[in-house]
Design a protein around this ligand. Structure first.
Ligand code: DC
Length: 234
């Protein structure tokens, strides 16, 4: 019988369906849900709020050392979800703005920022079982977990989803799906070519193409894989 926390790693590029699927999996298993992208977004929000140029590494590292960055879990309507507060403020939906999308890859490529947030992500496992979504969860943050999934979808489908999410979050710029698709492609390029922990598929990850599936269908595939192995382990 193992008492180690179970960590389910769900990686993939932007708008691959990670968030919806991770939420459903966490809810079904009664695990905490950690959206690591929201941590990188929240810190990028703080950088911009502080009037710092996202290219100014020195000032960014200074902000990182001086500020208070707190993570806890709150009831999110579908189980426990991560809340991030910076110097006591939860930026909420502001982290989903196109402006944050524009700069988050640049800020999250800084190795010191990654090391700092990766440690915080690992610490969350002290609280119990987790579903963790991101880009480097199965490769870097929790490489030893046996539960690794890599979600992907057709670029056009991803762009349609992202445009819809932005409209729902109140950030509709009326941008055509094509321009959203270009912005996503650029972010993917930066996320997968950075030197420190780039987006890539872990060798032992199970790949799921979500293009033609509902989030519930994809979550069911993940749950099917987990249930047998999880029961074996516990
Ligand atoms: O999943 P997302 O779109 O909310 O992620 C926002 C950005 O954060 C993404 O472009 C790259 C970065 N990120 C990362 O570098 N590593 C992670 N584990 C999660 C996100």
């Amino acid at each position: 019988m193992s008492t180690d926390p179970v960590v389910i790693a769900i990686d993939g590029p932007s708008a691959s369906g990670k968030s919806s699927v991770s939420r459903l999996v966490a809810e079904a298993l009664n695990f905490r849900h950690v959206d690591t992208g929201s941590m990188y977004r929240a810190f990028t929000w703080k950088v911009l709020e502080a009037g710092i140029d996202p290219a100014n590494k020195e000032q960014i590292l200074d902000l990182m050392k001086k500020g208070r960055f707190e993570c806890d879990f709150i009831e999110g309507g579908h189980g426990l979800r991560l809340r991030t507060r910076l110097d006591g403020i939860d930026p909420g939906e502001a982290i989903r703005s196109p402006k944050i999308e524009q700069y988050v890859s640049q800020v999250s490529a800084i190795p010191e920022v990654r090391a700092w947030l990766v440690q915080k992500q690992r610490d969350l496992a002290d609280l119990g079982d987790l579903v963790v979504e991101g880009r480097d969860i199965g490769t870097v943050v929790f490489p030893k977990t046996p539960f690794k999934f890599y979600l992907d979808a057709d670029p056009k489908v991803r762009a349609q989803r992202r445009a819809r999410d932005q409209t729902a979050a109140g950030f509709s710029s009326g941008a055509a799906v094509e321009s959203v698709q270009n912005a996503i492609a650029e972010r993917d390029r930066k996320d997968s070519t950075r030197t420190t922990s780039p987006l890539k598929v872990a060798d032992d990850a199970i790949r799921i193409d979500t293009s033609l599936h509902t989030p519930q269908d994809s979550a069911d595939v993940v749950l099917k894989h987990i249930r047998s192995r999880y029961l074996e382990r516990k």
